[in-house]
Design a protein around this ligand. Structure first.
Ligand code: 76R
Length: 286
């Protein structure tokens, strides 16, 4: 896409969020050794998604009864998400899970700043827009962006190992009066810069994973935030509400928040012991 109005982006992991209700009554009726067998089978399957370099999975106990359990699947290809979905659905554990909702997206780094610079550099070189030379130079400059350590590190980072997670989908408004997509590129770039400035004051306190979902799901982006203190979500999101990019143009879907736990705690989670009390995910070292 090289339309002058369209900011370029770099994509990496395919992401599938799945939210389930857990039938604890049914689970508790099972004999202990059967529960252990079912957990063992599920742990092996989830480990096969967690270990390889080209997939990952995060587990979280959600708080509130929109859902009880959230699985966040990462895969280097789209089919990998389909595989993860089937694998989980075929587990004996799935008899105790009712799917509540899901979200499909792909990790995305927005490049407003770099896109503006690339366009300026190309017109300085007097390349004719949309000519073959222009496209080639464009691709080359975009690939450079991919190689920058700052971008490369963020693109293929695994599910952040912070204790708390917050997920919600969002849109940028496309109303008759207020329409993000009708703003000139420069205005959107400036607003995103301002947005990033607020975000960066939380650097170290929060990991933010933005994924694009246009073409895959009902909203335009998925937002995952990970922190060692859940209060950070409130402070950060509230502060952003006053920033123009959110205040005027942000439209939000449903919010999910919870406590991440490690795979070896799966049995503990299903037996209903309090995951937070077990301190399963230690705060990350800053
Ligand atoms: O600094 C950089 O390198 C990246 C700058 C940046 C971009 C391009 C950035 C930084 N974000 C970007 C893009 Mn973000 N972000 C959200 C939300 O609740 C709300 O009001 C909005 C939900 C939060 C909380 C958040 C946090 N961001 C985007 C996009 C894509 C828009 C597009 O391309 O048009 C969306 C939808 C979005 C939404 N953002 C940051 C943060 C934080 C905490 C940062 C700083 C991260 C850091 O430096 O560690």
């Amino acid at each position: 896409m090289r339309h002058p109005a369209v900011p370029e982006s770099l994509e990496s992991w395919w992401i599938l969020h799945r939210m389930f209700a857990v039938d604890r009554f049914l689970w508790d009726k099972l004999p202990k050794d059967e529960r252990a067998d079912i957990v063992r089978e599920a742990m092996l399957a989830l480990e096969s998604l967690k270990k390889p370099e080209d997939t990952d999975v995060g587990l979280a106990q959600l708080v509130g009864h929109k859902a009880d359990l959230m699985l966040t699947h990462y895969s280097k290809n789209y089919e990998g998400l389909a595989h993860a979905q089937t694998l989980v659905d075929k587990l004996r554990l799935a008899e105790f899970l009712t799917p509540c909702t899901s979200y499909v997206s792909v990790l995305e780094l927005g490049l407003y700043d770099a896109t503006g610079k690339i366009h300026a550099a190309l017109s300085e070189r007097n390349l004719k827009p949309a000519s073959q030379e222009w496209h080639e130079a464009f691709d080359e400059m975009l690939q450079e962006q991919q190689r920058l350590p700052h971008n490369a590190g963020r693109l293929w980072a695994r599910v952040p190992q912070r204790r708390y997670v917050c997920f919600y989908p969002m849109d940028k408004k496309r109303g008759e009066e207020v329409n993000w997509y009708m703003l000139p590129f420069e205005d959107r770039a400036r607003l995103m810069l301002e947005h990033g400035k607020i975000g960066r004051t939380y650097h170290g306190l929060v990991n933010q994973v933005i994924s694009g979902s246009i073409g895959f799901d009902d909203y335009e982006w998925g937002v995952d935030l990970y922190a060692d203190d859940p209060m950070v979500f409130k402070k950060l999101i509230y502060e952003m509400r006053f920033d123009e990019a959110s205040a005027k143009y942000g439209d939000f879907g449903e919010f999910y928040s919870g406590v991440q736990f490690s795979l070896d705690q799966l049995g503990t989670y299903f037996d209903g012991l309090s995951v937070p009390a077990l301190n399963v995910l230690q705060p990350a070292k800053a």
